[in-house]
Design a protein around this ligand. Structure first.
Ligand SMILES: *Cc1c(COP(=O)(O)O)cnc(C)c1O
Length: 357
């Protein structure tokens, strides 16, 4: 009966995309499908989005190659760009858009001998200090790009460090840097906004937005839930209750005997563990949902199973257990795991059965 399942709800995905378009009605959409579409399955997500978006975004070439080989035809942007002449040739053969964020990539493009041209996303480090040309390097890099044959079009792009924090000045500071630069490169289209900026910083939308997490139905903000934002969960993680037992007060549960029952306890054993991607370090007390009722995890999460206290709820052998989904938000579970939904979703392992709705 082992029955851990990941249900992927495509209607929810398209609903969330509509919300992106409501927030940024004048922008093209580059939908992020990197990291196996945040763990949701890159191909199924790309196939579902392809008719409705302007481009898809991946981190590196191999992710784009896999999508092309599986038949995805729409533009794919490679957000870290390419690093060798072979990669450049392959990316251009596949019709990929390329981010260019450092001088070596200018040299690569300049040395390209082939016939293809593509859209180049000229990346500025406006304050995140990860990838991108510093503002003072931007003008010479821009001038060089204008002499390079394979550049069909240039888009000014940058990424925000704190767009999810409405009380931080960082986004305003980054926008000021970018606005000043754009005045000097005024003809360029711009792409700055991730999900948080789509939702909270309309002045950053410009010609292209780059939603990721909101497409998957999770909130980028600590202070607003997915529900508040009318986002719908795309990923639904569930399994079954495979055993029930009764233990006396004072007994301990699981590896390390870290949890001790302070009363006679009815214990449910659930067929999900860290081998499925459920976080091992999650706190005791983290809820699962059984028949619409919350039951707290007790004891350590093991590889294939975890245990919950079902003394106070109605739960029987074989009942469905929801780890997260539309009725138990992945964002809430992420706080119990001291992480963010992005990481939980990415960590689901391949042995979990996937069901596409
Ligand atoms: C992942 C990524 C995004 C999407 O971010 P979300 O917070 O998931 O919306 C946008 N832009 C870049 C450059 C990214 O790497």
């Amino acid at each position: 009966m082992r029955d851990a399942q990941l249900i992927i709800n495509r209607a929810a995905l398209l609903h969330n995309l509509q919300l992106v378009k409501q927030y940024a009605p004048h922008s093209k959409v580059l939908a992020m499908v990197k990291a196996n579409a945040y763990g949701h399955g890159a191909l199924i997500i790309a196939q579902t989005l392809e008719p409705h978006v302007d481009a898809l975004g991946v981190a590196f070439l191999a992710e784009a190659v896999a999508l092309r080989e599986a038949g995805i035809r729409c533009p794919i942007a490679i957000l870290e760009g390419v690093f060798t002449p072979e990669e450049l040739t392959q990316a251009l053969d596949l019709g990929c858009y390329l981010v260019v964020h450092q001088a070596q990539q200018l040299d690569l493009l300049a040395d390209y001998q082939g016939q293809h041209k593509t859209s180049i996303w000229f990346k500025i480090d406006s304050g995140m200090h990860r990838l991108g040309f510093l503002p003072q390097e931007a003008i010479p890099a821009y001038q060089r790009l204008q002499t390079i044959d394979c550049v069909r079009e240039l888009i000014l792009t940058s990424h925000f460090a704190c767009a999810d924090d409405l009380s931080s000045d960082k986004t305003r500071e980054q926008l000021a840097v970018l606005d000043a630069l754009h005045l000097q490169l005024h003809a360029l289209a711009r792409s700055f906004a991730n999900s948080a900026a789509i939702l909270a910083w309309p002045q950053s939308h410009h010609q292209w937005v780059r939603p990721g997490i909101m497409l998957y139905g999770s909130s980028p903000f600590a202070t607003q839930t997915a529900n508040d934002l009318q986002l719908q969960a795309v990923m639904h993680f569930q399994t079954k209750l495979i055993a029930i037992k009764h233990i006396a007060a004072g007994e301990t549960v699981g590896y390390g005997s870290t949890w001790r029952a302070d009363r006679a306890t009815r214990l449910g054993v659930i067929a999900v563990g860290y081998g499925d991607g459920y976080p091992r370090h999650i706190q005791t007390g983290t809820p699962v949902l059984i028949n619409g009722q919350r039951a707290p995890i007790v004891g350590r999460v093991s590889m294939d199973m975890l245990t919950v206290d079902i003394t106070d709820i109605e739960a029987e052998y074989g009942d469905t257990v929801i780890l997260w989904g539309d009725t138990l938000s992945i964002d809430e579970i992420a706080t119990y795991a001291h992480t963010i939904s992005y990481e939980l979703a990415c960590q689901i392992t391949t042995r979990v059965e996937r069901i596409i709705l």
